[in-house]
Structure formats: structure tokens, C-alpha cells
Design a protein. Structure first.
Length: 477
């Protein structure tokens, strides 16, 4: 099958522009359409990526470049006879989901800059980076030889960022039979020995818990720019994590924040990339794809990612308590949780995005989803005398749903949790009150913490903001 061939190079030395020149094989005689994705996996909101496109042009049989007209905001009509198309992208935003270019860095997220034929998503892609110099390093999950990169189809391409730079720090480690690569771009980086050792620890703990890993090779792509940023995005066989300014990673607080994000993103390789809501299987890049399961996609991942810092020994119980305090503080100080349930808020991320909406309207799916995950975890452990846990359910879902690429539904998820307990309806009241409802979790949270040997308290400050405290319950002599 002939691939779509796309050459990518800087369009200007003065401005951050990337020029894309694409040749499309075996095009229909009547013409076709080209689509720019309207959203990207890991960010459950519409993304107006087309606002970064200067123009889209086609090369006519007469040898002229003509501007292509849009059929909607993110789609262009290619007339009959045109097989070559070019477009330019403004690439000046540097975060974990963007596309960016400067003198010593080319960072491409195909999902926000590559046009594709939505009628032929099965076509393979061949990308050629014209600005990739011989002495540059490349971090990506895509197969590549020098400046040439290959993707089997549009699903793989859109989920495979490319990080190429004159100077990239690189280290590799293995867990069981799986290979992991760590790539770092930035002026500063953490202590390399500790950094890699902690990656090995949380990776080993997660792989041991699930039994197997979804991909043979995985890449951590780190960006530590000289600007304020905190962002992580999961991909099929990689993650991009941006934290800046770079000196932040030299502090203990910044380092632990970085490791927490990394553990979170790795857990996504199972949860979301494989244990995926049916609305996102496969990804439909042409429209909004809302799902009520954001509390599983992000909430469970937030909770489990931090729990594996404890399980792997990267933090002790006191360290985990400090992490949970910050989470509970965000929970307590968001009155929107009493207005819109976490399931409804999951659906409405496609309206509100990741910015504050109108006051006190929605809950945060990361925070509220993590609180819900903790409550469910404790219920499962209590009812099974710690013979099972939330991770037991996630491992079962990986084996039954994820490995077979069956779409996840709410009922499948909750049934998996109750199967660990062996009692239908064991979590019905939790689901009703704290997933589909807007019940106050405080008393349930306190009881759950006490069952784990921890005392949870709170106090309200002068500004009306709650501050929680989590401590070990003293063991009587």
C-alpha cells in the first residue's frame, strides 16, 4: 500500500513556521477532502488547531499552486486532479501537546499539524524531516531511519510525537522484557542517577501489578524549557512531559512533581490507551467525542499513579499523605462538586475545557475522580479483607477489555469493581452518591482513611478555604 509522503521543514528563519508538503497516492478521480484533527487524545476538549494554519494550497496539473477552500472549519476540499498539497503551521507554543520549532529544536505533535484523508484512515504515512541534521538526536515511538519516519495508519501517526534536537540527554532501561527510553531537552535536569532509578521503581511496580505491558518499547519525552509550564500528555507508546522553567526540576518539590506526572502518564499506557472508553475507540478526530468516563480515564490514573509512588518506595506513608492532602484540599475547595457530578463533568469537559468556567458549575475530573477511586479502593479492600483492590479490577479490565480492544462502558467498569468484591451492587451507593450524584464525601473519606490507619481532619481559614491534615493513628502499646 502506497504511503502518504509528507516532507516537513522550516518555512522561515525569522518566524517559527513549519512547511508541510504532502503527496497523496491513488486519489479518487473526483477529488477528496483533507481533515485537520479537531481534538487530541489526552485533552478532552475541542482544539482549534486550524487557527495556526496560514494557508492550504494544491498543485494543479497545469503547474500552479492554488488556495484550497474549506468545507468546514477544519476541513479542506481538494479538487480533481490534485495529488500534491502544501500548508504552513505557526509553531511557537511549547507544552506537552503542541508543535514547536526554533534553532535547536523541532518538536512535532502530528495531531495538531498534519492533514489526513478522513475517507482513507488506513493509509500509511512516511514523514521526512528536512531540518534534521546528522548530529541531532531523536526521541519518538515511530519507526525511523535518519530523517524518515513511518506510521502504519492515521491512528498511530496522530498518537506519536517527535522530539528532535541538537542536544537531547538519553538513557535507557529495561523492565522484564520491555525497553524504556528517557529523553530530556532543557538547560537543567535532575540528578540523572536518581531520575532513572525512580523511573525503574515505578515502572517495575506498575508492570508487576498488570502482569504485562501494552507495548514492547516506550519513550518518555521530557521538555524543561525556560518558561512556566506544567503539562503531561499520554500516547500509545510514549509520553511528553513539560515542566518549566527548567531550574524547577532541581528543587525537591519540582522533582517530586515531575515523578508524579511520569508515574501518572505511564499508568495511562494501560488505562485510556488500552482500557479505553468506547467513545474513543478508535479515535474520531473529526468531531467532539464526549464520554462520562473521564473520572476513570483521569481520576483513576491520578490516584493510581500517586499510589505507585508509595508502592514502589519512592515516597513513604508520610509522603503519600502529603500528596493526598493536596488532592483533598482541591476537592474541599471546589464547590462545583455539589452542582455537577463527576460523571456529568467528564462529559462537559468538551464544553468547559481545562479553563475555569462559570463559578461553581463543574467538578474537576482529575481530583473528584481520584477521590472516588480512593473510596472505591478502600471499599474493595475492606470487603475482601485486602485480598483485592482497585488495582485488581484494573488488571482484570486490562486482560478482558484492554488486550482485546473492547470499548469500556460505565456498567462494565462498575461491574469489574464489584466482581472483585463478589457482590453485585456492593458499590451501588458509592456510584449513586459520588459518581452520578453530588453527595458530600467528607464522612466517607474520614472513615476510609481510618480503615487505613490514618486520621483525616480539616480546618477552615480566614478566607473560607479548607485545609486538610492526614496523620497516622498512633498504635496503642
Amino acid at each position: 500500500m502506497n504511503p502518504i509522503r509528507i516532507a516537513i521543514q522550516r518555512a522561515s528563519d525569522e518566524r517559527p513556521l513549519l512547511l508541510f508538503l504532502a503527496d497523496f497516492p491513488d486519489v479518487p478521480t473526483e477529488g477528496f477532502e483533507l481533515q485537520l484533527p479537531v481534538w487530541r487524545p489526552g485533552r478532552y476538549e475541542l482544539g482549534n488547531f486550524a487557527q495556526n494554519v496560514y494557508s492550504v494550497e494544491g498543485f494543479t496539473p497545469n503547474g500552479d499552486w492554488v488556495r484550497l477552500l474549506k468545507s468546514d472549519l477544519h476541513r479542506w476540499t481538494v479538487p480533481a486532479g490534485i495529488t500534491r498539497v502544501r500548508w504552513s503551521i505557526y509553531a511557537n507554543e511549547l507544552n506537552a501537546g503542541s508543535t514547536f520549532v526554533d534553532a535547536d529544536l523541532v518538536y512535532i505533535n502530528p495531531v495538531n499539524c498534519v492533514l489526513y484523508d478522513p475517507a482513507r484512515p488506513h493509509l500509511p504515512f512516511k514523514l521526512v524531516l528536512g531540518d534534521l541534521k546528522a548530529d541531532w538526536s531523536v526521541g519518538t515511538a515511530l519507526k525511523h531511519e535518519g530523517p524518515v519516519f513511518h506510521a502504519a495508519h492515521v491512528q498511530e501517526l496522530m498518537d506519536s510525537p517527535i522530539l528532535a534536537a541538537k542536544s537531547l540527554w538519553h538513557q535507557q532501561y529495561s523492565v522484564k522484557s520491555y525497553d524504556f527510553h528517557v529523553w530530556v531537552y532543557g538547560d537543567q535536569m535532575p540528578d540523572s542517577e536518581r531520575f532513572i532509578n525512580d523511573h525503574v521503581r515505578f515502572t517495575t511496580a506498575q508492570v508487576d501489578a498488570f502482569g504485562t505491558f501494552p507495548v514492547q518499547e516506550y519513550h518518555f519525552l521530557y521538555l524543561f524549557p525556560e518558561r512556566e509550564v506544567r503539562h503531561g500528555v499520554e500516547h500509545e507508546a510514549s509520553t511528553v512531559i513539560a515542566l518549566g522553567p527548567s531550574e524547577k526540576v532541581l528543587t525537591e518539590e519540582g522533582y517530586m512533581e515531575l515523578i508524579s506526572i511520569a508515574s501518572h502518564e505511564l499508568y495511562h499506557t494501560w488505562n485510556v490507551k488500552k482500557i479505553r472508553p468506547s467513545e474513543w475507540l478508535p479515535y474520531d478526530f473529526t468531531k467532539a467525542c464526549p464520554s462520562r468516563l473521564g473520572y476513570v480515564a483521569e481520576g483513576v490514573t491520578t490516584y493510581m499513579g500517586d499510589l505507585f509512588l508509595l508502592e514502589s518506595g519512592i515516597v513513604d506513608v508520610e509522603g503519600w499523605c502529603r500528596i493526598m492532602e493536596r488532592l483533598i484540599d482541591r476537592h474541599l475547595n471546589n464547590p462545583g462538586r455539589f452542582n455537577l457530578s463527576v460523571a456529568e463533568s467528564s462529559f462537559d469537559t468538551w464544553l468547559d475545557g481545562y479553563k475555569p468556567g462559570i463559578p461553581e458549575r463543574t467538578s474537576n475530573i482529575y481530583v473528584e475522580g481520584a477521590i472516588l477511586a480512593f473510596i472505591c479502593d478502600v471499599v474493595i479492600m475492606d470487603k475482601t479483607e485486602e485480598k483485592a483492590s482497585l488495582q485488581t479490577a484494573m488488571t482484570n479490565l486490562w486482560e478482558r477489555i484492554g488486550q482485546r480492544q473492547i470499548g469500556l462502558s460505565e456498567n462494565i467498569y462498575w461491574a469489574a469493581l464489584e466482581q472483585c468484591i463478589g457482590e453485585v451492587g456492593a458499590l451501588a451507593s458509592v456510584r449513586r452518591a459520588f459518581c452520578n450524584g453530588t453527595g458530600d464525601t467528607w464522612l466517607v473519606l474520614r472513615a476510609a482513611m481510618r480503615s487505613q490507619g490514618l486520621e483525616l481532619s480539616r480546618e477552615q481559614g480566614d478566607q473560607g478555604r479548607w485545609k486538610s491534615r492526614l496523620e497516622r493513628i498512633p498504635v496503642e502499646a
